[in-house]
Design a protein around this ligand. Sequence first.
Ligand code: V47
Ligand code: SF4
Length: 388
Amino acid sequence: MQTQPITSVLLDAKISKELKTIAEKVYANERITFDEGVYLFEKGELGYLGSLANHIREQKNGNNVYFNRNFHIEPTNICVFDCKFCSYSRLLKQKDGAWELSEEQILDMVRSYDGKPVTEVHIVGGVHPKMGLMYFANLIKKIKEIRPDIHVKAFTAVELEYMCRKAKVSYAEGLKILKDHGQNSLPGGGAEIFDEVIRKEICEDKCTAAEWLEIHETAHKLGMPSNATMLYGHVEKFEHRIDHMNRLRALQDKTNGFNTFIPLKFRNGGNQMSHLKEVSVIEDLRNYAVSRIYMDNFAHLKAYWPMIGRTTAQLSLSFGVDDIDGTIDDSTKIYTMAGSEEQSPALSTKELVEMIKQVNRTPIERDTLYNVITDYSNYDFSKEEVTS
Ligand code: V47
Ligand code: SF4
């Protein structure tokens, strides 16, 4: 049943019967089908998609745009896997450009935030054969001893699959050990594209789609929420993007354990797929919009600004996005090394707030679980000492 008037652009006689039906479904809060998702990618123009996605964003999140105060730790870029799109990893035998932080260096990074109001540390890296489950469990414990209040969002399903396999424990056992040592949630990386044929072409040796989904389902059952990503804009077709979203939507129906969906644009700098062109900004925005329309059971859609750039992140806020990630503090190299325009990704809270206000949205600092920390609508920065 239609609850709101459909804007005139959607009733435009020039749009097809199918697009009108989809618009009616969206306004009636009805889920769209797989075929309708593919049709949106094939036939939906930017203005039409943006209009629908913006409506959903408003319904779900009002005028709020979320961000957090966070930093990353990337313990190593040495990796046993060889994903064709990855610009940042190095094989064990490659010395050039490889790094491996010691435990003390990692803990010093955490100590460097003493007195600063960060709320989340995001830990991911290459899959190093010598850094195992108990090494990371003890590392998290030590991080929590230094900073008991910080939320530890750590390890992609790719890292977790390898850790559990090496330690000869089930996913449930491995995740329980990490949880008991202080890990709070999982980031969304490693999902790439679930379609088995495309996955084989771009990252054949790491965890399968089924394993990725099983690890996230197991985490959700243990009370550890997670995020989900999708790597788009390479060799996949529209139906592969919808298939990917469909598998995530089905798991979310089952567990409701995902916090946010994060489309990740393939960046072509310095990797084995550099011969592929990157997709246009129009395609980025269309992809955010279709994601917002298709993923009806995800509360949030994130534009990760170090990957997409701050200008496109701002634009995405009119195409369904309600979250732009956080302060970052120049602590991640994944996208710098893949050729992103953000070569030293760091934004102060004040800069994030200004970015959001500039497009007439309400800046909300959140914690990892989207609890509101500060509403910056009428905030006076001149009274604050630490604004990082
Ligand atoms: O899984 C690697 C991607 C991911 C490239 O959960 C690339 O809040 C594009 O998952 N072009 C890791 N993408 C990053 C990630 C993430 C980032 C921000 C926030 C969250 C979250 C998760 O980065 C990998 C892979 O999909 N990636 N290389 C590249 N050249
Ligand atoms: Fe390793 Fe992750 Fe890079 Fe793949 S994307 S090569 S698993 S660091």
